[in-house]
Design a protein around this ligand. Sequence first.
Ligand code: HAM
Length: 434
Amino acid sequence: MIQTIRGFRDILPGDTPLWQAIEQTASRLFEDFGFKEIRLPLIEQTELFARSIGEVTDIVEKEMYTFPDRKGENITLRPEATASVVRSYIQHKMYAADPIQRLYTMGPMFRRERPQKGRYRQFYQINAEVFGIAAPHIDGELILMLNELFGRLGLTDLTTHLNSLGCPECRPLFHRALTEFLRSKHGGLCSDCTRRMDKNPLRTLDCKVPGCREAMLDAPTTLDHLCSECSDHFDKVKEILTRQEVDFQVDKTLVRGLDYYSRTAFEVQTTALGAQSAVAGGGRYDALVRELDGPEVPAIGFAIGLDRLAGVMEQLQEPVKTRELDLFVIPLGPGALDQAYYCCSRLNLAGIRCDTDYSGKSLKGLMKRADKLNAGHVLILDMRKSDNKESATGAVLRNMKTREQTTLSMQAPDMQVPYDEIIKILTDKGMPRD
Ligand code: HAM
């Protein structure tokens, strides 16, 4: 039997209602905040990710699915979406029409990490990215929007971690202090950290190796080295969040796993998923548009991990109900099959969830099936008495909850089911029709 590859999984019909509810809540909220949806390819040139996420990061060094295509060009299954959104912003010169763009996108990402609970090799993100606004208000707005989304989804047990990573002005000072500190710990660090010490010292701060964690406890922090502009920016973001009653906690150890960030960095964390605690992460990337050969445009965004968010919600809440069947049509007698088919398709087109059964089973058998499908109503089309349409007994509509029954007469000339009457009865009973 052929099965999914390790780290890949199917999202089955029992789970998709929750995913759809999250996606719909997010897109409605984001659109209220002025975001527009963008859809992007899953494969990009490898160089796009190497140049944006950074050569000396776990993602680029070890986790990307990179292949030469048939012409030898290196292509990569996207490990994240921000680089692609920036590529698209530049490629389509969106900045020429208006440098300010609020974009969101949803879809699968691919990272060859070690699979575990909450960590998959194909996982899904909802991304929101804003271009063209340098003011700290937009940092506040994005974090507010993210928190509002989690609130609307009924999640309260989450913490927003906030840090500032400085800018090209103040980062070199911090790097120098950090490199000096790392030299003093030399020998006590893992091989990755020793290698990264000079090339990308910031990465040593989120090393998960216990020995390194301990060694880094009193490492210098970005917050102690911010220039006055970065410091003012950070203060303003904190002020805005406090005033809007968004809970956050300043986390000096938060550095994020991608290199493009400057100033604000944030992560929403949960305790519900064990080691995989981040359900969303993001930050400013003011230099990235320029670095990918676009104009000087500041930007900020975040990505929510949909698998993790759904995982937390599954643990906390009742499952989201699938839409129930409004009507089950029971055809009795061979002549009733066609009528049942036409009836169902007509009602489906009118927005009523309707189904039937062509097996020729008895009334008892089909009532059992109606129960199994949890049908709100059944329509019994009894045409057993004769093949002569004229003498059909007619149709009986039964409400399965109240047991209330309505006898409907078939309509001449060809004994059609009275669709309009059925639609009226079902919709008057508050059946969903959207
Ligand atoms: P990230 O922190 O790498 O950021 O990923 C964002 C979220 O995706 C994580 O918080 C997590 O919920 C989810 N995630 C990441 N890897 C996995 C995995 N292997 N399995 C399941 N879920 C995962 C970014 O990707 C940035 N592009 C975010 C961003 C947008 N920054 C600015 N704009």
